[in-house]
Design a protein around this ligand. Sequence first.
Ligand SMILES: [Zn+2]
Length: 96
Amino acid sequence: MPSCCHPSCKMNDLINKRENLRLKFYRFPTNHERKLLWLTRIGCEQEKFKIGWKLCSRHFHENNFDPCTRRLLKTSIPDSNTGSKLIFCKSMPGMQ
Ligand SMILES: [Zn+2]
């Protein structure tokens, strides 16, 4: 089951389907530098990275997607500010 590895995102495919959110989960780039860039953006240390990690589509701006195919562009980088406002966890403090 895909789940999002963003430190402040609890999204997984179960919630995605249950809430009908239509989110997608994206694998980290195979290119080392791009992978590091993604990790930096989400505030994760390189050493913690595990193969198979994915990010959900909530961490990418609209302009990171191909307008026709809706696929994530090769040049895309996660938005560094998405963490706090996109938390999908009702038990988090301040979220009711
Ligand atoms: Zn996420």
